[in-house]
Design a protein around this ligand. Structure first.
Ligand SMILES: O=P(O)(O)OC[C@H]1O[C@@H](O)[C@H](O)[C@@H](O)[C@@H]1O
Length: 154
């Protein structure tokens, strides 16, 4: 497990150092995808616009959270922010410094991340719904164009 945690810490450091310029964008994506928005914003909104997408959204929240809970019970993983303080693999107080954010200040087991799982589910439902909508509109436009072209004998 130490190997995994150590590589996780390296990835976090890489993201926090080399992608600092994208902080606002990544933070925005993370906040929009926050699963807590499902119940208060996305489900009521999507249910009005499209019942199928709204229902998918609520299922994603329930099943995704349930899976996350089960995986957390099984793995019971450390969070990188406290693992770096507790592990003995960094000699002489040379543990790396990881920046904390409000969403990372959570208690309880850290892997798999509920935020990462939930956000990817939210984004998956929203992106597939948007793509489905765009494709069906494009299909309609092509059909209309085809009919017009056929009608004019082109
Ligand atoms: O398991 P993680 O990654 O700490 O994320 C859990 C948290 O993720 C957040 O997105 C949710 O809003 C919180 O309600 C939840 O506790």
């Amino acid at each position: 497990m130490d190997f995994l945690h150590r590589n996780g810490v390296l990835i976090i450091q890489h993201l926090q150092k080399d992608y600092r310029a994208y902080y606002s964008f990544l933070n925005f994506m993370s906040n929009v995808g926050d699963p807590r928005n499902i119940f208060s914003i996305y489900f009521p909104l999507w249910f009005q616009l499209n019942q199928a997408v709204g229902t998918k959204m609520i299922w994603v929240a329930v099943v995704g959270d349930w899976f996350n809970l089960i995986f957390k019970w099984i793995l019971f993983g450390h969070r990188p922010y406290w693992w770096v303080q507790e592990t003995q693999i960094y000699p002489n107080h040379s543990s790396p410094c990881l920046e904390q954010f409000p969403t990372t200040c959570e208690t309880g087991p850290g892997s798999p991340s509920g935020h990462a799982m939930g956000s990817s589910c939210v984004w998956y439902v929203m992106v597939t719904a948007a793509l489905g909508h765009t494709i069906s509109r494009m299909d309609k436009s092509f059909t209309t164009l085809h009919r017009l072209a056929c009608g004019r004998g082109l």
